[in-house]
Design a protein around this ligand. Structure first.
Ligand SMILES: *Cc1c(COP(=O)(O)O)cnc(C)c1O
Ligand code: SF4
Length: 364
């Protein structure tokens, strides 16, 4: 038997029932437990201790809410991840990269999760399913980028994770391996030296983590991110725009600045998906555009994530931007800068021909 690692002990001590929330914050335990029967709850003590009061941004992300059950009309799998799946738990939507789910478990069950239909619900993904995914990748030479997700891929033991990563690394056409994990945010004790030493044997490895609010950035989270960065792993962050949590330019700007200070580069800002049980978190699209307008030009360029909608129906991530083009024709483009001033960039009249292929210009 391996010695139990601290993070697995921490995980066991998570808050999973309403009683504790009733004792500490006066929540309605019966209501919380009724929701947990449909959508499980798990809040690591570390994250739970960040809650200051009922209904605050930490609470909203982690505590089961009755709103989740009042959302019968919404789709369970709005992104059609299962339809674009040639083998179970692998989604091949883009030409050169795949999403491979290696577990259905998470350290915390975020209330707004897109994969709410399956996280914490089904039995663990079997070794055989993972092997089928790896075989698929091996037999598709066009796949140069593998994104490990879940659930949270760091829920599996270091040893099992190493088996998966080393099998992927042994495939010649796999150039990069990415891991999407919320551990640095919700249970930073998972990010051990042992884990980092294992990961760094398989570079290039990239990690995208997931922070949604500046209050999630603590000395422990910072230490976890720095440990990963020190292992040579470039870190990105995928943030979800959530009503009542972070739908505010001041909050998000502070978050982006704090991420950079722990060497995490903002990557995506997601418009919330339509997933059943999560609609109370949706904002209007204008909110996201206003936030982008408030960031671009007003802060470091690389503090600005890309605002995307993961298109319902499986169209992939589609970027959205405030409109910086006032007019665009054959002769010129009139642009608006971050302060609202207008500038003209004249077009060249030259058409460019290279080899025998003519680069087609858009005709107006
Ligand atoms: C998000 C996603 C990816 C990765 O997309 P990038 O834009 O390259 O980060 C790949 N496959 C699926 C199915 C995805 O949802
Ligand atoms: S960690 Fe990710 S997959 Fe798990 S519940 Fe949160 S958002 Fe969903």
């Amino acid at each position: 038997m391996e010695q139990m690692e601290q993070w697995t002990i921490d995980l066991r001590n998570s808050v999973t029932q309403g009683a504790k929330l009733e004792d500490d914050f006066g929540a309605d335990a019966g209501e919380v437990d009724a929701v947990c029967k449909v959508y499980p709850m798990r809040i690591p003590r570390y994250y739970y201790n960040l809650i200051r009061k009922k209904g605050d941004p930490i609470w909203m992300q982690s505590v089961a809410s009755i709103n989740e059950l009042m959302d019968e009309g919404s789709p369970e799998d709005p992104l059609h991840e299962e339809e674009d799946s040639p083998v179970p738990r692998l989604t091949h939507r883009y030409p050169d990269r795949v999403l491979l789910l290696i577990t259905d478990r998470c350290p915390m069950y975020c209330r707004f999760c897109t994969r709410k239909r399956m996280v914490g619900q089904t039995s663990a993904i079997s070794e055989k399913t993972i092997a089928m995914g790896i075989d698929y990748i091996r037999s598709h030479k066009e796949i140069r980028d593998v994104l490990l997700s879940g659930g949270d891929p760091l829920m599996v033991s270091d040893r099992k994770l190493e088996r998966i990563i080393s099998s992927l690394r042994a495939i010649r056409h796999v150039e990069i391996i990415r891991i999407g994990t919320r551990f640095p945010c919700v249970l930073p004790s998972r990010i051990t030296d042992q884990l980092c030493n294992m990961l760094k044997k398989y570079h290039p490895i990239f990690i995208n983590t997931h922070f949604n609010h500046p209050r999630e950035i603590t000395p422990q989270a910072k230490e976890a991110c720095e440990r990963l960065a020190n292992a040579g792993i470039p870190l990105g962050c995928q943030t979800v725009l959530l009503k009542g949590v972070n739908d505010d330019p001041v909050i998000l700007k502070e978050l982006m600045h704090k991420l950079l200070m722990m060497r995490v580069r903002p990557y995506y800002l997601y418009q919330a998906d339509l997933t059943r049980g999560t609609n109370h978190f949706r904002t209007r699209v204008e909110t996201g555009l206003e936030i982008m307008q408030a960031l671009r030009g007003f802060t470091t360029g690389f503090a600005v994530p890309q605002f995307v909608i993961d298109a319902p129906g499986g169209g992939g991530k589609i970027p959205l931007m405030p409109d910086y083009v006032v007019k665009f024709d054959e002769k010129e483009i009139i642009l608006r800068n971050f302060e609202g001033k207008q500038y003209c960039y004249p077009q060249t009249s030259q058409r460019y021909v290279k080899d025998t292929r003519e680069i087609e210009l858009i005709n107006f």
